[in-house]
Design a binder for this molecule. Structure first.
Ligand code: 9MR
Length: 545
């Protein structure tokens, strides 16, 4: 039947793999059917019925859903409703290969203390910045052995985001997520080459990349008392310049309980992975677990050492006055590495419910590690307990997806700074559980969340730079802004829609899922960060399986 109105199509702009769930959203309310046409010969290859129209409150949009999951041929296609056609999209085994590699490569582009050569960075080659070999101890971090103003060396690591500072709290979850992507999908990562300087060695690239940041994290611990500095930063944010031109003095600031525990958890996991990788990594594995236990001990002795931004510092805070989840995560990781009773005792007396992971909410990372590696170590009842907590959460995500007009598990409360990472962290939990229970509802909801960030959303953006028909061009990212190249550095996920509007930009809407602007001024919706890209890498690896 003829559909007179003009309809928009919103779908994953990178397409689908042949046997995946395939859903598109159509901005219509009274259409009845859709078809799929082949780009090659314009033949109709599939027809289906659209769902009943429903309204998505976070965008106040009336939409219908086209589900063509059971169409599994490869090729290039368009969706058709009435006289309207979607952009072309692909159904291919390789649909997510390039974007996966770019999302991982993005970490390389944000490496501190190194030049990026044309060989590995192409047009985005740049001079080195931030040697970080003469970093001052800030007054807030002074100790007898390291008084204020004395210098330490803490090079390498990744720039956190669009700014050039390095923050332990955010590095913890980001590095964990890459390491856990390797843990879950090791066979896949044996085959991925992302063309980084270490690609020729025998270690998978994702481990080499994580190692760049682990080397830095390791240098952020006071070797005498075991405390960990919260961040390495300039006093104020740099201007929109290239790394080499951002030369203000850098400081390590304050030892905090959250930094110590995120450090302990991440190094404990890294220790297990380096043990498994065998020689020549065993010295590193031993060093990491010793450093992790020392940081835990400091945290136990300073349980209320929360971050308080000093008066002369104005860069990112990553402040968090609740360390229960950090204690749980660190205890779980330390137990899995050492099997010491003290850590298990802590876990068993402080169970947490699963929730969407984020930099300030890391307890679920501990549950995920126990689920992944604890089967032979935990009693059947304890293991079941872990599984149940994660499953209860995952079932809620599935039900949220099923009741949303977009069939996307994004609730009003998910539209906060970095909303796109909420989508992907949910999908990460779903996909880890899917590996053990093969529940296709989990896979469908995870695919929907990936689709959301790659185009099935009310803004119509595929939020990953360089990937999709309509992608961010003006991310809040200093190198992308300052390098004189029109296209931003590729493979970065923008933070995404949310209506806090904590900057001075103009937004097209105040509705949570529409409050996004592709403008460099919008650090609250259009910045990029390592902790948002990491679950993108994980989920793309999971859905490449
Ligand atoms: O991702 C952080 C977000 O959850 C907070 O609401 C926001 C404001 O405190 O800060 C975000 O983190 C920023 C960090 O402080 C500095 N580097 C850029 C990060 C992303 O905007």
């Amino acid at each position: 039947p003829a559909v007179s109105q003009t309809v928009k199509f919103e779908l994953n702009q990178l397409g689908f793999r042949p046997y995946s769930f395939k859903v598109a959203v159509v901005s219509s309310s009274d259409a009845t059917e859709f078809s799929l046409v082949s780009e090659q010969n314009n033949q109709v290859v599939y027809t289906g019925n659209l769902s009943e129209a429903a309204n998505w409150d976070v965008a106040n949009q009336q939409v219908q859903v086209a589900d063509f999951s059971d169409f599994d041929q490869q090729g290039n296609f368009k969706l058709v409703v009435g006289n309207n056609q979607s952009d072309e999209f692909v159904i291919s085994d390789d649909a997510y290969q390039a974007v996966h590699n770019a999302a991982l490569k993005a970490f390389y582009f944000n490496r501190a203390s190194t030049a990026l050569s044309t060989e590995f960075a192409g047009d985005y080659a740049r001079a080195a910045g931030h040697a970080d070999d003469k970093v001052k101890i800030h007054a807030s971090a002074a100790s007898a052995n390291r008084p204020a103003g004395c210098e330490i060396s803490a090079p390498k690591g990744w720039y956190d985001a669009g700014d050039y500072n390095k923050y332990i709290v955010n590095s913890g979850i980001s590095t964990y997520t890459l390491l856990s992507a390797y843990r879950q999908y090791a066979a896949f990562y044996q085959q991925q080459l992302t063309d980084i300087p270490e690609s020729a060695n025998s270690v998978p690239d994702i481990i080499d990349e994580a190692n760049w940041n682990l080397d830095w994290m390791r240098s952020m611990q006071d070797p005498v008392d075991g405390g960990v500095y919260h961040k390495l930063t300039t006093l104020n944010f740099a201007g929109m310049v290239m790394p080499k031109d951002a030369t203000a003095q850098r400081y390590v600031v304050q030892k905090t309980v959250t930094a110590a525990l995120d450090y302990a958890a991440t190094l404990a996991l890294a220790s297990r992975i380096y043990t498994d990788l065998g020689e020549p990594n065993s010295a590193k594995a031993a060093d990491y677990i010793q450093a992790a236990e020392k940081a835990w001990q400091w945290a136990v002795e300073h349980p209320q050492a929360y971050y308080q931004q000093p008066e002369d510092v104005s860069t990112g805070a990553y402040g968090d006055n609740n360390a229960e989840d950090e204690f749980f995560w660190a205890a779980a990781e330390l137990y899995l590495t050492t099997q010491k009773d003290i850590y298990w005792q802590y876990v068993s007396e402080h169970w947490l419910n699963a929730s969407t992971p984020g930099w300030g909410n890391v307890g679920t990372l501990g549950l995920l590690s126990l689920q992944s590696e604890g089967k032979s170590l935990l009693s059947a009842a304890d293991y079941q307990n872990v599984q149940q907590r994660l499953t209860d959460y995952a079932n809620q995500v599935v039900s949220d997806a099923q009741s949303s007009a977009y069939q996307v598990a994004m609730n009003r409360t998910d539209f906060v700074w970095g909303s796109n990472a909420n989508a992907l962290n949910k999908a990460m939990v779903l996909m880890q559980l899917f590996a053990s229970n093969q529940n296709s509802d989990y896979k469908k909801a995870a695919q929907g969340l990936l689709d959301y960030v790659l185009g099935r959303n009310p803004t119509g953006y595929s939020y990953v730079t360089g990937f999709g028909h309509k992608t961010p061009m003006h991310i809040h990212h200093r190198p992308s802004e300052a390098d004189g190249i029109a296209e931003p550095v590729p493979g970065w996920l923008a933070g995404g829609a949310q209506n806090g509007q904590q900057d001075d930009c103009n937004y097209p809407s105040n509705l949570p899922a529409l409050s996004y602007v592709d403008d460099v001024c919008s650090y609250s919706t259009n910045e990029i960060t390592i902790n948002w890209n990491a679950p993108l890498v994980f989920v793309l690896a999971a859905l490449n399986q």
